[in-house]
Design a protein around this ligand. Structure first.
Ligand SMILES: [Zn+2]
Length: 113
């Protein structure tokens, strides 16, 4: 299990997938430990949040800053329609520069369109 992440807005995020949908629940093991060591188990029963999106448990109490996501190209941020239009524009542009049709499509794809 890994430490939960915290984003720039101070919101808790799943360490694995970055989801904000976290369930406030202790693991089965934590229940048992907490029961056995009742009274002294404050640390042992540190709350764990389960991610609704991927099902991973997140250890709380020592939140780590959210790791920056890999750079996303402008084209990847667009909607499918916008991206398709942008791709066609890019292909047109390349073809205007004398690039062949297939090569233009390939290049536009390689650029993230
Ligand atoms: Zn997750």
């Amino acid at each position: 299990m890994k430490d939960i992440r915290i984003d720039a807005n101070g919101e808790l995020r799943c360490w694995k997938c970055g989801s904000k949908e976290l369930l406030d629940r202790r693991t089965t093991r934590a229940h048992v430990v907490g029961f056995v060591t009742v009274g002294v188990g404050a640390l042992a029963t540190r709350k764990k949040l389960r991610c609704k999106a991927c099902g991973e448990y997140n250890q709380t109490g020592n939140a780590q800053p959210l790791e920056p996501k890999p750079a996303v190209t402008v084209a990847q941020k667009m909607s499918w329609v916008d991206r398709t239009n942008a791709k066609h524009e890019r292909i047109k542009e390349l073809k205007a520069q004398g690039v062949g049709h297939t090569a233009a499509i390939k290049q536009a794809k390689a650029e993230g369109y």
